[in-house]
Structure formats: structure tokens, C-alpha cells
Design a protein around this ligand. Structure first.
Ligand code: GLN
Length: 244
């Protein structure tokens, strides 16, 4: 299928609450990498109180504990629709606080547990140390294999069941600083602690997500045309294994 005849629909969940450390840059990257190829994009911001329609790709950013509390209850009220979307192959990308809410719960230090929507089998408990700094991850599903980004979280996330990590940390802490894992994946649901924002300097991951969203919509694998990613990969490569 020619790219000019394709389109995907993208929803940004609660940008007014969870959009820390430039997470909006992920949405801009997804939209631009479609537009540069002539692929149509239907884009919708979802705010507290809105209905959530069917989309091919859902994005949610990170935020402080307070904003997470504001979002958790609202997100939980849409658990059944979003679970059905996951089961239908929709792509999800959650960053940090948003990632934590994709799991079963986030237990802050001295507050009530925030119940997640269990899109992936994982849980998060507040740690005693804040993990702040650059992160490099080695994946087994991307070419090049690396993902680079910036972490700033105290939550410690543990994967269970069929959830798989995005990859193994070579620099930084990742999910919990203990098991060497960063991020999580179940079906087409992806979560990660990598802020920065993530996708502008990981264009191969952005294209991977776009391809999955197109496959969900059209029911077949679609190979994307190449873009001139010299600037993006020069940036990516300059950050590999760079701690600070
Ligand atoms: N409040 C959560 C934590 O500190 C998430 C922070 C974030 O989204 N950067 O772990």
C-alpha cells in the first residue's frame, strides 16, 4: 500500500497533567514522521472527563506524584475500553508516571496506592532514592539495538508474568536499579522511564511504533520508507553509554 493512502489515529492522554521533561516531543515526532511520508494522521488530545474513542496509538507522558493521582482515577474509569483496545492490537506508549499506571498499581511512600489499568503485568513501589541521569538500553527488537534517554523517578517497577523488558540497561538504572531491566512490553503496550523526550533521538523506535499502529489498522505489515535521520542518529549515537 502506498504511504499517501495510509493514515493512523493518535490519542494523547491527559497532556495537561502528564507531560514532564518534554514528553510532548514524542507526539510531535510520531506526527511528523508520518507527515514526512505522506501518511495521514488523525490526532486527538484526551482531557479529564472526555470519552476515549478507538485509536491506533495512545500516548501518555510522565508527571509528579500529584498529577499521577489526578490521572489514575480518570484512567481507571476507562480501563475496560483501553483493555479492549490493547487486545485489538492498539499501540500504547507510556513514559515514567504514565508507564507506572499501565501496571497494576503505583504505591507512593506515604499515600494511598494508585490503582493502574493493568495493561501489562507489572507493579511499582516508591523507592528511597531518586534515579536521575542518562540511560542507555540494549534491546533485542530494534536496529540499531540501542535506546537512549533520561530518567528521573523514584518509583521501582517490577515486571511479572508475560511482561518483557524493552531491554537491558548498560548505563543508568532503568526499572528498579536491581534487575538490569528497563521498560516493559506486553502485546503492543510499551512503557519506559526514558524521558528526554524519547522518540526524537530514537527515530527507529518511533518508526517501529508507527509500523505496529499501521499493522493494527490495515491488518498487514507495512514497511515504511526511509527518512534522512542523520541528525537524529548523530544525536542518538552521541548519547550511547554517556552517563552525564
Ligand atoms: N512520580 C513517579 C516517580 O517519581 C513518576 C515520575 C515521572 O513521571 N518522572 O517515580
Amino acid at each position: 500500500m502506498e504511504e499517501k493512502n495510509l493514515k493512523i489515529s493518535i490519542a494523547h492522554l491527559y497532556p495537561e497533567l502528564l507531560n514532564l521533561y518534554g514528553d510532548m516531543g514524542n507526539i510531535i515526532t510520531l506526527i511528523k514522521r508520518c507527515e514526512w511520508r505522506g501518511i495521514g494522521v488523525e490526532f486527538e488530545q484526551i482531557h479529564v472527563g472526555d470519552q476515549i474513542k478507538n485509536h491506533d496509538l495512545y500516548f501518555i507522558g510522565g508527571g509528579q506524584d500529584k498529577q499521577q493521582e489526578d490521572v489514575a482515577q480518570e484512567l481507571y474509569s476507562h480501563k475496560s475500553e483501553l483493555t479492549a483496545q490493547r487486545d485489538d492490537g492498539a499501540v500504547f506508549l507510556g513514559i515514567c508516571g504514565g508507564y507506572q499506571l499501565f501496571g497494576h498499581y503505583y504505591q507512593p511512600h506515604d499515600k494511598d496506592k494508585l490503582v493502574g489499568i493493568s495493561l501489562m503485568d507489572a507493579y511499582t513501589i516508591a523507592g528511597n532514592k531518586r534515579f536521575i541521569g542518562n540511560v542507555t538500553v540494549k534491546t533485542d527488537f530494534l536496529t540499531p539495538s540501542t535506546l537512549v534517554g533520561f530518567e528521573n523517578h523514584s518509583g521501582l517497577t517490577y515486571l511479572e508474568g508475560d511482561s518483557k523488558p524493552l531491554g537491558i540497561v548498560s548505563v543508568g538504572n532503568g526499572n528498579n536499579g536491581k534487575d538490569g531491566f528497563e521498560g516493559g512490553r506486553y502485546m503492543n503496550v510499551f512503557g519506559t522511564y526514558l524521558h528526554g523526550s524519547l522518540l526524537p533521538k530514537n527515530p527507529h523506535f518511533a518508526d517501529y511504533l508507527i509500523s505496529l499502529a499501521l499493522e493494527k489498522r490495515y491488518g498487514e505489515k507495512i514497511t515504511l520508507s526511509s527518512l534522512d535521520d542523520k541528525l537524529e542518529f548523530d544525536t542518538h549515537n552521541s548519547l550511547i553509554n554517556k552517563a552525564y
